[in-house]
Design a protein around this ligand. Structure first.
Ligand code: FE2
Ligand code: FE2
Length: 296
């Protein structure tokens, strides 16, 4: 049981009722596949308000206030040691499902169902099996929540730190609270980076994308790694706000990120996949690409 003060603190750290509220909100912003590569959707999105939206706003206020350059480097130093837990990927999916809030009647699909629906939609369209594996794994980095990270350090749109925050990022007004906003090292167009230096040299805000990328980077083709690493980087893959940091190779590879994004956003379906029937296929697939145990 939480005391009321602890409850308040928990709410301040984790304003969303569940992590899915963030993804539902992205879907409101980019409501259909046809809105890919248009720039009007973000504008329209800024113009409505609902109580649920207030929790999303609070979520981004925290995210934009605390995700600065030093914060990201700290998180990388901590988590990229991979000394938290070692387990088979199947245990990790179960672990991830602890995120489901049973008291929430809207959450009828758990985290694993979302992964499976994403991978099944990719498979139905005949894409290579490594991309099916990407669909299955892409949100596994959300286990960060279970290591005690607040929601705003796990999910949410990602963006570069170490250079000026783009006004194409959702709720850009909250970056005024970020310590980097008034720091002359970080608040110019390029900040610490060189023009078109390539995203591999750029630090993005910390969350489940970078974490699963780092976990999977020795096991999947580069196109799949781009999908994992940049799937929440809406400011680039939808808004093209950071073309000045991408190099030619990134531009080429972002075609894969664009290919992946609709499967993540639009594959949600009220009918759960038949796991018993699918299990043999996925066991073989996971064994093909991943080691028996994964280090988190
Ligand atoms: Fe994700
Ligand atoms: Fe997802």
């Amino acid at each position: 049981m939480f005391t009321s003060t602890e409850n308040l603190a928990a709410k301040e750290i984790n304003p969303l009722k569940s992590l899915d509220v963030w993804e539902d909100d992205v879907l409101e912003r980019y409501p259909d596949p046809a809105s890919i590569a248009t720039d009007k959707s973000t504008e329209e999105y800024r113009n409505y308000d609902t109580p649920e939206r207030d929790t999303v706003r609070e979520f981004y206020r925290l995210n934009h206030t605390y995700q600065g350059y030093d914060f990201v480097l700290d998180k990388k130093a901590n988590y990229l040691k991979f000394d938290k837990k070692e387990m088979p990927v199947w245990d990790a999916f179960q672990f991830l499902n602890q995120l489901v809030d049973d008291s929430d009647p809207d959450t009828d699909l758990d985290q694993f169902q979302h992964l499976l629906q994403t991978s099944e939609a990719i498979r139905r369209d005949g894409h290579p099996d490594w991309m099916v594996a990407v669909g299955l794994l892409h949100d596994l980095g959300k286990v960060l929540c279970l290591f005690g990270e607040p929601q705003w350090a796990v999910v949410g749109d990602t963006f570069p730190v170490g250079c000026a925050f783009s006004d194409k990022i959702v709720f850009p007004e909250y970056f005024k609270n970020n310590p980097d906003f008034n720091d002359a090292r970080y608040n110019t167009k390029y900040g610490i980076y060189k023009p078109n230096c390539g995203l591999d040299n750029v630090h993005l805000s910390w969350g489940h994308d970078e974490y699963i990328y780092q976990i999977a980077k020795d096991y999947l083709p580069e196109a799949g790694l781009y999908m994992l690493r940049y799937h929440s980087f809406y400011a680039q893959h939808r808004e093209h706000a950071y073309d000045h940091l991408l190099n030619e190779h990134d531009h080429e590879m972002f075609k894969w990120v664009d290919l992946f994004n609709p499967y993540d956003l639009y594959s949600k379906n009220p009918t759960p996949p038949n796991w018993a029937a699918l299990k043999p296929y996925y066991e073989t697939l996971v064994a093909k690409y991943l080691p028996a145990n994964i280090k988190f």
